[in-house]
Design a protein around this ligand. Structure first.
Ligand code: GLN
Length: 534
């Protein structure tokens, strides 16, 4: 699309410098000036998408409305911008190669040798252009995963080099993130790793326009000048990025460093307005000045790596802001609960959240947590597998269905209260084959679900193969667990709750994916509200 500007974000020196947060923060600043912005992530691994990755490998798998299983950075993009992302916002090397190889089989390159250059790089460029061509965005920010110098990111860097040449000057920018380590013995921040990583970029033909330098202390003026001189960027293009107290501080830190102004002038964009961050500052004000505290437990099997539950953790922060309280999360390993002493391990919690997951590891521990919450009137939120555990627990301990289970855990159970969805039975392939993305749900009036959303018709995102078994619905409802949310087309149960409990809700969907700074998710907000009252 003519007029669209492209910003590329690369990383150097080390991984984990926070490219995703910098990209989201810059986008927030540009959006607050009135530009329409989206962010895309290019991931250099060979999985077609991260849906087949264990969360220990790469953190949470985020899901978009249109059912893409994506990198968790897309969650940051949506939480910061409040604009939905899509299949086109996350592309992996696997997907690029899959497209090119399929085309080769179709004969699209007949007679030609199919090569990294030009075929793979052309496909990368096509994917970058796709978002611009929708006409929906003034600025597309493309974050390139990994660290420059990695063998696997070379085709991406080359594609960006060509792309920039094609779109011409002032239509593109390269922002390079680096680290300035502090050496205690010499008492200074070192610039050499940054110089080397810029050199590596240059070897591939890319000159960065802006350097965002992560550091644990202020970068002295002479160091900034040194970086500018030896990395060949303007002095105002050396941006300091200090460790922040919260990721939600970063847009304001970048504003202070004038990152948005530098970008605007280098891209020759006209922006008369100053960023309007009133709402953002309001959110931060509440986040930093809570009037109460509440402790909730998050029960999961990947708790050693908190990135595995990124969106849930952020949604809890948003819900805290909504309730003007600080949410302290106790991370509880579900396998640990299987060792006994459940009461002692969960005592004192004002709310219990049972997390999503796959497979049977730690499942009995999750069921124990549900039982404790139900019996002790502790506010409870069960998400996806968490809801399924709530259904199993109720079946076993209230309805007396001995060894009731999900057929995912026990295919031979006598009481399959959670069962595989009809449409899933014949599916053998693992990648992208679950029930994925947004589906409508109708809420019953007078339920906690309805009270939270304030309306009957909602849509939420899904990622699962198993479902509440409707054969048991009557028995459950008669005993006090009601189906408060139903898919109007398929009649699948999307939400359950207990009648005689202060706040006990299980959802088959993932509300955490839709919680944003501007709109904290109502279910999380009510869950924390109930926890505060407990
Ligand atoms: N394993 C369960 C299913 O496939 C739950 C999935 C989840 O928690 N995302 O239905």
């Amino acid at each position: 699309m003519a007029g669209t500007k492209y910003i590329f974000v690369t990383g150097g020196v080390t991984s984990s410098l926070g490219k995703g947060i910098i990209s989201a923060s810059l986008a927030t600043l540009l959006q607050s000036r009135g530009f329409r912005v989206t962010i895309q992530k290019l991931d250099p691994y060979i999985n077609v998408d991260p849906g087949t990755l264990n969360p220990y490998e790469h953190g949470e798998c985020y899901v978009t409305d249109d059912g893409a299983e994506t990198d968790l950075d897309l969650g940051h993009y949506e939480r910061f911008l409040g604009v939905p992302t899509s299949q086109d916002n996350n592309v992996t090397t696997g997907r690029i190669y899959q497209t090119v190889i399929n085309k080769e089989r179709e004969g699209a390159y007949l007679g030609k040798t199919v090569q990294v250059i030009p075929h793979i790089t052309d496909e990368i460029k096509r994917r970058i252009k796709l978002l611009g061509e929708t006409g929906e965005y003034d600025i597309v920010i493309t974050e390139i995963g990994g660290t420059v110098g990695d063998i696997e990111s070379l085709p991406y860097i080359e594609a960006v080099r060509q792309f920039n040449w094609e779109v011409g000057a002032s239509n593109h920018l390269v922002i390079h993130l680096t680290l300035l380590p502090y050496l205690a013995t010499s008492g200074e921040l070192k610039t050499k790793p940054t110089q080397h990583s810029v050199k590596t970029l240059l070897e591939s033909g890319l000159q960065p326009d802006i350097l965002v330098c992560r550091a644990d202390r202020k970068i002295p003026r002479d160091q900034r000048e040194k970086i500018a001189r030896f990395c060949n960027v303007t002095k105002n293009a050396v941006i300091e990025s200090l460790d922040a107290e919260t990721i939600y501080d970063v847009p304001l830190l970048m504003l202070k460093e004038k990152l948005d102004s530098v970008v605007i002038s280098k891209l020759k964009l006209s922006s008369k307005t100053e960023p309007d961050l009133t709402n953002w500052r309001h959110f931060l004000g509440l986040l930093k000045n809570p009037t109460a505290e509440v402790k909730v437990g998050l029960v999961g099997k990947y708790v050693e790596l908190q990135d595995a539950y990124k969106s849930i953790a952020e949604a809890l922060i948003h819900a805290g802001v909504e309730n003007e309280c600080k949410v302290n999360v106790k991370w509880i390993h579900s396998e640990d609960l299987e060792q006994g002493n459940v009461e002692q391990k969960l005592r004192g919690l004002k709310g219990i959240l049972v997390a999503p997951g796959f497979g049977d590891r730690g499942i009995e521990g999750k069921i124990e947590a549900v039982k404790y919450a139900r019996e002790n009137n502790i506010p409870f939120l069960g998400i996806c597998l968490g809801m399924q555990c709530a259904v199993v627990e109720f079946g076993r301990n209230v309805l007396g269905l001995e060894k009731a289970n999900s057929t995912e855990m026990d295919p031979k159970t006598k009481y399959p209260v959670i069962d595989i969805m009809e449409g899933q039975k014949s599916i053998k392939n693992k990648g992208g084959t679950m029930r994925l993305g947004a589906y409508p749900c109708k809420l019953k009036r007078g339920t906690k679900g309805y009270a939270a959303y304030g309306s009957a018709n909602i849509t939420e995102r899904h990622r699962h193969r198993f479902e509440f078994n409707n054969k048991y619905r009557k028995d459950y409802e008669a005993a006090g667990m009601i189906a408060s949310g139903i898919n109007p087309e398929s009649d699948l149960v999307e939400m359950v709750e207990l009648k005689d409990h202060p706040w006990f809700v299980g959802v088959q969907f993932h509300p955490e994916y839709k919680s944003t700074v501007a709109q904290p998710h109502p279910l999380f907000a009510k869950f924390i509200g109930a926890a505060l009252k407990h």
